[in-house]
Design a protein around this ligand. Structure first.
Ligand SMILES: [Zn+2]
Length: 257
């Protein structure tokens, strides 16, 4: 068991207070405490946490400093769930999956007052809606943007779903499914459903399109069933299960709509 000096512990306490916010691991403190074998409720910015973490780092061939920074967090986030089970780390503030339009607007907000009489939206109103609902979501591995070719490490989604999308991509990463995600084809888009008048779940930043090139609207597509299972685990409805018009590139955090 490596021992941190008093100074090392003091530095780790300060650093852990900072990283808890920056890496947002504070919300996983309960499973982290379990992994470290410290009493439930042990604060991240505390001497027992830093000491236990130093031991954990040593056992995992990591640099031993008692600090849960980016390198240690990359290894630990995978340790927070058993490797063979589809449990993931359930985000703390996951909203219940809304069912039907009324619950969707209660959960994600109502853009209708911002619409013009013909159902379109001005750039000013759109910017206002985006400010109201969107927040950046970092993802565990680089995503290739469909059609554009550049890669992204984060995207804009509904602010209440940041933890949910993050957990999905963590789980895809943990299960080695990053190669099954060929392209990222968008989350937020203010649009009516094609050929229809009502608002797409993308309008709320609550749906994601993946692998669009090989999963066109109306066809069976080639979405990996393991990817579908991960999204379903976190409450998403897969467009490949739509009854009327299959949309296999599409996953949405809403049902009955
Ligand atoms: Zn879609």
């Amino acid at each position: 068991m490596p021992v941190l000096s008093d100074l090392g512990i003091a530095q780790a306490i300060v650093a852990n207070g900072r990283w808890a916010v920056q890496l947002n691991w504070d919300r996983y403190l309960e499973p982290i405490d379990v992994v470290l074998g410290v009493p439930k409720g042990t604060a991240g910015a505390s001497a027992p946490f830093a000491t236990a973490l130093a031991g954990w780092q040593s056992a995992h061939q990591l640099h031993v400093d008692g600090i849960l920074g980016p390198d240690t967090w990359t290894v630990m986030r995978r340790a927070l769930a058993p490797p063979d089970s589809l449990t993931g780390v359930v985000p703390a503030a996951m909203p219940p999956v809304p069912h039907g339009f009324d619950e969707i607007i209660r959960t994600f907000g109502d853009p209708r007052p911002l619409l013009e009489p013909d159902g379109t939206i001005t750039s000013t109103s759109l910017a206002r809606w985006e400010r109201q609902i969107l927040a950046p979501c970092p993802v565990a591995f680089p995503l290739t943007v469909g059609g554009a070719g550049q890669t992204i490490r984060s995207f804009q989604c509904h602010r209440r779903l940041v933890g949910v999308f993050e957990a999905v991509f963590d789980e895809l990463d943990r299960r080695g499914l990053e190669r099954a995600i060929k392209t990222w084809d968008g989350v937020f888009a203010f649009r009516a459903i094609r050929g229809d008048t009502h608002l797409s779940v993308h309008t709320f930043g609550a749906a994601i399109d993946l692998n669009a090139a090989t999963n066109p609207l109306g066809g069976p597509g080639d979405m990996d069933p393991s990817v579908v299972a991960v999204f379903q685990h976190f409450g998403f409805l897969w467009g490949g299960d739509f009854h009327l018009r299959k949309d296999p590139m599409h996953f949405q955090y809403a049902t009955g709509y």
